[in-house]
Design a binder for this molecule. Structure first.
Ligand SMILES: Cc1ncc(COP(=O)(O)O)c(C=O)c1O
Length: 365
């Protein structure tokens, strides 16, 4: 059974409603150009195949190694449902993105957590994963960039994990939904998929976070051709095939991905500098993040569980920040600059500093 995801329930209740949003982890929605939409053949039976071809091209992998899905979420489910049997073990990272755990539990797997410690900069430590492997471990699930810390996975750590997975008859699933922030597409191609580093890597991703296109659910799974054949059977059993309208829109969005990326990079200009200047004024706070990412984990010294404070700030200040509680880091906040820029971002960060100070938490030294 698929248990409710506490974080997603909370996100649905609050995201998109607060005046000062420092929580949302993807770029704000962009509208599709109406003239382009009018040109698409939404009924074309060939649209799903055209989408697969575009997904493969965008990720720079052979078509036989690509499967289009409804967002990264369906790619995660499809990967688990294809590779796991009830009673198998899945390793997930802690802190981590809760649906990676719930989806594994939903298909009957046992989840074992592997720490990515704050003191180690939330780095992936293959030895920690090795120590948690059991004879029934079939999937190691990691995120790059890491949600919630925002840090990049070291390619050599990914390679080591992939080799370890192969040696033990398992797979390394790399969730790359945030990876284009670190490696933006060039001429419509994201050339750095972890799928290409080793045969035992399954990569999942989508256009959701980096391009403001999350509502269109354009996602994918990348894996060896024989795994993709099995995954297609999983997809056929659960939804037949993707809607032709979705596929036609998805192929068109992938064809225009450079333009969407340009809009993202323009929107983000100057934001990280605002965050860094704010941090410099509050030296007790410690932020982990990728230099080109849109969020990181803000460690608040002396904090225990920040969720009650976050809920008070939403109610009293219209200020929304993601409580680390939902990711297994209750003494931290996942701080995002995806939604706000300029003065609005500065004001929201100052409101957060006031909130932390009023909560009796030291932020200035
Ligand atoms: C690490 C990670 N993977 C997957 C998703 C879901 O992606 P999608 O909306 O494409 O299903 C999210 C959304 O927050 C995420 O943070």
């Amino acid at each position: 059974m698929f248990a409710r995801t506490r974080y997603i329930d909370w996100a649905i209740a609050h995201y998109g409603k607060a005046e000062a949003d420092l929580a949302t982890s993807g770029m704000p929605l962009r509208r599709i150009d109406a003239a382009k939409l009018a040109e698409l053949d939404l009924d074309a039976p060939t649209a799903p195949a055209a989408l697969t071809e575009k997904v493969a091209r965008y990720n720079d992998v052979p078509e036989a190694e690509a499967l289009a899905t409804l967002g990264t979420s369906q790619a995660i489910f499809t990967t688990y449902a294809t590779l796991l049997s009830a009673g198998d073990d899945v390793l997930v990272e802690a802190p981590g993105y809760e649906p990676l755990r719930r989806a594994a539990e939903g298909v009957g797997a046992h989840v074992r957590e592997v720490e990515r410690p704050r003191r180690g900069g939330y780095a992936l430590d293959p030895d920690r994963f090795a120590s948690m492997m059991t004879p029934r471990t079939r999937v190691i699930a990691v995120t790059h960039l890491h949600n919630p810390s925002g840090v990049a996975a070291d390619p050599s750590a990914l390679l080591e994990l992939a080799r370890m997975a192969e040696a033990r008859g398992a797979w390394l699933m790399v969730d790359e939904v945030y990876a284009p922030f670190a490696h933006p597409p060039v001429q419509g191609v994201f050339s750095r998929s972890a799928r290409k580093i080793h045969p035992s890597v399954v990569a999942v991703g989508s256009l959701t976070k980096c391009f403001g296109l999350g509502m269109h659910r354009v996602g994918w799974m990348l894996a060896p051709a024989e795994v993709i054949r099995d995954a297609r059977a999983t997809l056929i059993s659960t939804c037949g095939h993707l809607p032709s309208s979705h596929a036609a829109i998805g192929a068109s969005l992938l064809a225009d991905v450079d333009a969407y990326w340009s809009a993202t990079s323009r929107a983000l200009e100057g934001r990280r500098a605002i965050v860094d200047a704010w941090l410099a004024r509050h030296p007790a706070l410690e932020l982990s993040a990728h230099p080109s990412g849109i969020f990181g984990l803000l460690h608040v010294p002396g904090a225990t569980d920040l969720l009650p404070h976050v809920e008070r700030w939403i109610a009293e200040r219209g200020l929304l920040v993601a409580a680390g509680t939902f990711f297994g880091a209750p003494d931290a906040l996942r701080l995002s600059w995806a939604t706000l820029g300029g003065e609005d971002l500065s004001r929201a960060l100052d409101a957060l500093a006031d909130g932390l100070t009023d909560a009796g938490l030291p932020i200035d030294a």
